[in-house]
Write a protein that binds this ligand. Structure first.
Ligand SMILES: [Ca+2]
Length: 310
């Protein structure tokens, strides 16, 4: 069973021009490992500025989750979004912390008391079948929410994940265990097998989308609390003269915001996660998952930067 969905809607190209009313906004939760790779902070920037999202919370996953949470809290505070709660997931051994210095002394706002998994359950129960969870880190929190309560599977509207490598990386063609899957393989297995409507944006797409120096300058020159913060975090992250941000997580947000608009092809495939962290097509055991391929790099990037500059 292999179905190809080609999406191209000229009507949708008016995309970011007309904000929706508060009843029509898309209720979302961003689940993120902010503070490691730089794309998470810049993805949260999109969530903060995108007018058609109603962000109900940010949940923090993987590694030093309390330290990661401080970055999210500070970024939300600087941009006037203290209304968005932050919930902390369980800590795990993996550590990657280039950007922690940016918020290590930050104490102005705090995370909510509920752990991330409980927070996810509570919010989807409050708004049954209305909340899209966009998960752009390893999947501990989403899997924990499923383990905690069957209500999560029943009541979440859908999942959009930056996750996996299905046919091969966009840059090398190599089939690899993708970072977010490899970082929490058992959790990814739970999520992929859950049978919830799920779309993934894999390395097959994301590795084709990097920020150019010109685009970075365009954002930096805009000079707002958001863009100043993102540029500061970028400088902490950048590890050498050749380092450039790959926009993995932002592509998942773009797919959540405008399904199919920024991808030339979407395939529904029966996928499983194997014990080594590969996402494999398995006609017997796989659950149908929509895989977003062939990113429209320039159209996406223009829309994304326009949102950051709002
Ligand atoms: Ca991430």
């Amino acid at each position: 069973m292999r179905k190809t969905i080609v999406i191209a809607s000229l009507a949708a190209l008016v995309c970011y021009a007309q904000p929706l009313s508060s009843q029509e906004k898309m209720k979302i939760i961003l689940d993120t490992d902010i503070g490691g790779d730089i794309d998470d902070a810049w993805a949260l920037g999109f969530v903060i500025n995108y007018p058609d999202f109603q962000p109900l919370g940010v949940t923090i996953t993987d590694g030093r989750t309390k330290d990661r949470a401080k970055i999210a809290l500070k970024l939300l505070h600087r941009t006037g979004r203290d209304d968005v709660p932050v919930a902390v997931g369980r800590e795990t051994p993996r550590i990657w912390f280039h950007q922690f210095a940016w918020a290590e002394d930050y104490t102005t706002t705090k995370p909510v008391d509920a752990p991330a998994a409980q927070f996810l359950v509570d919010i989807v129960n409050k708004y049954p079948k209305q909340v899209t969870v966009i998960a752009v880190g390893p999947l501990q929190n989403v899997a924990d929410a499923m383990r905690l309560s069957d209500d999560f599977k029943k009541n979440v509207k859908e999942l959009v994940l930056m996750s996996g490598c299905v046919h091969g990386r966009a840059d090398t063609g190599e089939l690899v265990p993708e970072w977010n899957v490899r970082g929490a393989i058992k959790d990814a297995q739970v999520v992929y097998a859950a049978g919830i409507p799920t779309r993934i944006v894999p390395l097959d797409s994301t590795m084709a989308v990097r920020l150019s120096d010109k685009e970075r300058t365009t954002v930096a020159k805009h000079d707002s609390p958001l863009t100043r913060s993102l540029e500061s975090l970028y400088r902490l992250w950048i590890g050498g003269p050749k380092a450039r941000m790959t926009l993995h997580d932002q592509l998942a947000l773009a797919e959540a915001a405008k399904p199919g608009l920024f991808f030339g092809k979407r395939e529904t495939l029966p996928l499983i996660v194997d014990d080594e962290g590969y996402t494999r097509i398995d006609q017997t055991k796989g659950r149908p998952i929509i895989v977003c391929l062939e990113p429209k790099r320039d159209a996406f990037m223009k829309s994304y930067i326009d949102v950051l500059k709002r």
